[in-house]
Each structure stands twice: as structure tokens, then as C-alpha cells.
Design a protein around this ligand. Structure first.
Ligand SMILES: [Zn+2]
Length: 306
């Protein structure tokens, strides 16, 4: 079996786990590329097989109403303020309102923040239900994936993959597609779970952010940097942060083997909470790391890859 990022040989499976969140039948494992270090979920599946891993209960796409809606709205506003004050999203707040592309926009939680700040926001999202909610919030949400959604070339000032690149089967192709949609000088922000963090090493197959079988790829800092470079994004700036959900949810998985309460697992992959204040200059393999964020300013040289 070959690595989907660099075509290198995959090693023996490093760990395995059932679907602890949604109970997809079977057991899944992760093998790492012996060249770039990228973790790959086995068995490898085709893109048209991915939908089977996302049941109707995946993702709370509807916006709650009534008293619950008021509480939810207040929480989202707090998350908004925290996320926009901290890297990597803080980088976007330093830019004048422009055109944003979000890959895996869900119900538009992030996109609507920027809509209210005057940005024109386009989202790509496979779920029609999520797109319908996102459109109500001002996001130009387009149903599909990067393989089939049409994007205006060289038109976007920024693109965000927020906990979405780990869900795809061909990351290099997807990165090249967004590279073609970015204008010269545009910025790309990619946030993924950090496969190199201590929680993954400690909890193994019970690590909450492993999320098998939906996470098809597993990046540590080096693997993500290598994948970005193959996609045309060189000179990545990197940082790490800790998710508030990761540790308690991993402990729950380690004790009970599965998710006992969705309430205790607030980190839905497509509408994640804002990260706790990250250690922007911290090591990607530091002691409290659960996520890794990468940013990079595009250069026109990247056009040669399209
Ligand atoms: Zn590789």
C-alpha cells in the first residue's frame, strides 16, 4: 500500500480502533508512510465510500432554538471572540475584509463570523443540510467536495481548512485545487489533529482526535509540512494548541471504550469549539498538544503546479 501524499511505502499498522463515536462496524488501523511519516487509515477506501462513515447523527447542523438557543448563542459568541484573538485565525483579523474560502464549512459557524465582519465567504461542504443552514447565515455554501465543486480561479484572499484536511483521501490534489483558487498573496490556514502529540502516544487507539474511520489521514508536524509542500505550499509557519475536549474525551474512551455521552464530547469535527489559548511558538510534540495549525503565504511560484 502506498502513501496518498508522497506514494511512499506504508509500514505496519501502528494502532487500531473501532469507531468509538458512531459505531461503524469493523476495526480500523493506522499505518505510517516510511518516507513522509503521514498516517493513513486502513483499509483504504474510495472517495465514494466515505459517506458510509457519516451517519445522520454526525454533526449537529441545526441551530437550537428557545432557551437552549440563547445559551448556545452565548457560547458561540465566546468561542468566536477567543478564536479570533488567537493564532492562526487571528491572522485573518489583521487583514481587511476580503474573500474567504472555507473547506468543510459545516453549518457556517466560522464563516458567519467573517460574514458579520464584512467578508464574502464561500464554503465547500458535502452535507446539503449543513449547507442550507450555512446559507441562512450568509455563507455561499456549495454542496460537494473540492473534487466536484466549482471555484473561481485566483479569486480568494484566504482559505481555511479547519479540521477537514484529515477527512480527505487525496490531500495533495485538494491543496492544489485551493492553490488555484487563491489569488497571489493569499493566505492558507490548515488546522488538523496532531498525530505527534503526547495524548496520541499515551492513549493510542483511544485518543479522541483519532476519530476512526472518518479521519483518513493523520498528520504530525513533519507530515503536514511535507503534504503542504507537495500541494504547492512551501515555507509553512507552524504552531500548536490544545483542545479542551481532547483529554477528558480520551479518558472516557480509555475507560469505557466508546462515547458514553455526546454532551461530554463537544468537539464535533466540522463545528469544533475554539481552541484553548495556543502556545503559538510551542513544539509540535510538546506536552499539552492536541492540534497543529499551519499558515503560509502563497507565492506566485505555486502556480506552476496547477
Ligand atoms: Zn508519504
Amino acid at each position: 500500500m502506498r502513501c496518498p501524499a508522497c506514494d511512499g511505502q506504508l509500514g505496519l499498522p501502528l494502532l487500531s480502533s473501532p469507531d468509538r463515536l458512531h459505531g461503524t462496524p469493523g476495526t480500523f488501523s493506522v499505518a505510517c508512510c516510511m518516507v513522509c511519516g503521514l498516517g493513513v487509515t486502513l483499509p483504504i477506501v474510495r472517495p465514494d465510500e466515505l459517506a458510509a462513515f457519516y451517519p445522520q447523527t454526525y454533526g449537529a447542523y441545526g441551530l437550537p432554538t428557545g432557551a437552549l438557543g440563547l445559551v448556545s448563542h452565548a457560547i458561540r459568541r465566546l468561542q468566536e471572540r477567543q478564536a479570533l484573538r488567537t493564532p492562526p485565525l487571528a491572522l485573518l483579523t489583521e487583514l481587511p475584509a476580503a474573500r474567504l474560502l472555507e473547506i468543510g464549512c459545516g453549518r457556517g459557524d466560522l464563516g458567519s463570523w467573517f460574514v458579520r465582519r464584512g467578508w464574502l465567504v464561500t464554503g465547500v461542504e458535502p452535507s446539503p443540510e449543513a449547507c442550507a443552514v450555512a446559507r441562512q447565515r450568509g455563507v455561499d455554501a456549495r454542496v460537494g467536495t473540492l473534487a466536484d465543486v466549482e471555484l473561481e480561479p485566483e479569486s480568494y484572499d484566504a482559505v481555511v481548512f479547519r479540521q477537514s484536511l484529515e477527512h480527505v483521501t487525496d490531500p495533495v490534489a485538494d491543496l492544489r485545487r485551493v492553490l488555484g483558487a487563491l489569488r497571489d498573496g493569499g493566505v492558507a490556514i490548515v488546522s488538523v489533529p496532531n498525530f505527534g502529540c503526547w495524548q496520541r502516544r499515551r492513549f493510542g487507539g483511544a485518543w479522541f482526535h483519532l476519530d476512526l474511520p472518518r479521519h483518513r489521514l493523520h498528520f504530525d508536524a513533519d507530515a503536514l509540512r511535507a503534504t503542504l509542500e507537495r500541494g504547492g505550499f512551501a515555507d509553512a509557519q507552524t504552531s500548536t494548541s490544545s483542545s479542551t475536549a481532547g483529554l477528558p474525551a480520551s479518558i472516557q474512551y480509555a475507560i469505557f471504550g466508546r462515547a458514553c455521552s455526546r454532551v461530554a464530547l463537544p468537539c464535533e469535527p466540522r463545528s469544533p469549539p475554539a481552541p484553548s489559548p495556543p502556545r503559538w511558538h510551542g513544539s509540535p510534540t510538546g506536552s499539552a498538544v492536541a492540534e497543529t495549525c499551519f499558515t503560509r503565504w502563497r507565492t506566485s511560484a505555486g502556480r506552476d503546479l496547477r
